[in-house]
Design a protein around this ligand. Sequence first.
Ligand code: ATP
Ligand code: MG
Length: 204
Amino acid sequence: MGGTFDPIHFGHLIAAELARTRFTLDLVIFVPTGDPPHKRCRPVSPAEHRYAMAVLATADHPLFQVSRLEMDRPGPSFSVDTLEEIRRRLGPTVDLYFITGADAISDMLTWKDPQRLVDFCHWVAVSRPGYSLQDVEAKLGDFYRRHRERFHLLEVPGIAISSTDIRERVRNGQSIRYFVPEAVRLYIQKYALYQDGQISPKVR
Ligand code: ATP
Ligand code: MG
């Protein structure tokens, strides 16, 4: 599951867990993006913070892991490069499933090399309030129809939580208790992340 995870929240965790059980996945690897090409319009927190929060959020799940692969690679992150690296590390026989929300996957045709993206792995689109799974089909059009066997639409209970909303709440001094795992909430407090719209301080 790729994402900015700024911060990771229960929407991500529930989507990952339901995809894991639905497709009997051996492992879910969360890959916080390094330098996200799609998010240059706003300052993203340092990858170390986003990574640390993802580790805290997943620490108690035996089948959840977090990878530094994208953040340790210099330059912009492209999913196709990440998948190539994961495929290289895990070998040709492993089945890969990329878990995304319905919003993110609808933009897939704007990502680098969509054809190779579908060649590399299965794509799981989980529903998200405000984005219907029908929209995914409609937006990806012919591409979706040609690779229908690669796409899996997964209806999950709607979790109307976004990282944007969480950052906004912190900035406004509102509670984010129960939006994120408690360890993540305390981490955000400890490093005073998301206050005043500033880029957060570096991990010391
Ligand atoms: P932001 O508001 O900063 O974009 P976000 O909440 O969308 O943050 P991302 O890190 O952008 O989180 O998302 C990573 C992946 O998780 C994407 O594929 C996204 O669609 C999916 N996702 C995020 N939140 C949810 C949610 N509440 N339900 C289902 N999928 C989600
Ligand atoms: Mg998003």
